[in-house]
Design a protein around this ligand. Structure first.
Ligand code: F6R
Length: 244
């Protein structure tokens, strides 16, 4: 794991966008695994700005998102499909047919989850997987538990995640209780992983991811085993980590 220190959110966002931009430049038809949430918004803004400036071309890029709330249609303003359109896809020249987000309304979800994994594999797996990290150490919606689940699956969200995500909904009762998420195996199959984190609220999770035991109680800790994982985090998120 390589840790890159950023001064603050803006610096983290610029550094993360530069790494993704390098991937797209070096391999224009690359496969990106993408994340939603507050953390990557600045990264996506920087990527959109680089596209506007004529420095990036997304026309051949394929994307697979990590997760989606169960029960939300893609046009719901809290769905992750909607988030991706508004924060990135609508601002760059990506072909929307090449963008994939798990379908929150999938009916036979076990089959649909298996198909999602098969599609990621058929695309050649992610060249680069962007991840945020939950306050509880989750990646995607792989919540703390007794095991690392391999493939895309349906999860019950923990109270801490429901609480953390309620800031984006009118009321906590509106937060879906379940989600579909890529599994740890799907994430670990990426050739490179970029984790971004900012703020003191992430400090314990970032410490446990980088320095804690590799255990499903902190799902992100599995990334210590990834051969090419970069963590870009600001000073506050790194405040519990040893200064290197
Ligand atoms: C989102 C996702 C989640 C978030 C995590 C952090 O697609 O997979 O794991 O990355 O919950 O969320 P924020 O960035 O809102 O703090």
């Amino acid at each position: 794991m390589r840790i890159v220190r950023a001064k603050d959110y803006e610096d983290m966002s610029r550094k993360a966008a530069a790494i993704i931009a390098a991937q797209v430049t070096l391999k224009p038809d690359c496969v990106l695994g993408l994340a939603t949430g507050s953390t990557p918004i600045g990264t996506y803004k920087n990527l959109a700005a680089a596209y506007e400036a004529g420095d990036l071309d997304f026309s051949q890029v394929k994307t697979y998102n990590l997760d989606e709330y169960r029960g939300l249609p893609g046009d719901h303003d809290q769905s992750y499909r909607y988030f991706m359109n508004v924060n990135l896809f609508d601002h760059v020249n990506i072909d929307k047919a090449n963008t994939h987000v798990p379908d929150g309304l999938m009916e036979d979800y076990e089959a649909a989850c298996a198909e999602y994994d098969a599609a990621v594999a058929a695309a050649g797996h992610q060249d680069l997987q962007l991840l945020g990290i939950g306050n509880n150490g989750h990646i995607g919606f792989n919540e703390p538990g007794d095991a690392f689940v391999k493939g895309t699956h349906c999860v019950d969200l923990t109270e801490s995640t429901i609480q953390a995500n309620s800031r984006l909904f009118d009321s906590i009762d509106d937060v879906p209780r379940q989600a579909y998420t890529m599994g740890i195996g799907t994430i670990m199959a990426a050739r490179s992983v970029l984790v971004i984190a900012n703020g003191e609220v992430k400090a314990q999770a970032v410490h446990d991811m980088c320095y804690g035991p590799i255990a499903p109680s902190c799902q992100a800790s599995i990334l210590q085993l990834h051969p090419n994982c970069i963590v870009v985090a600001d000073e506050a998120a790194l405040s519990l980590c040893p200064a290197e």
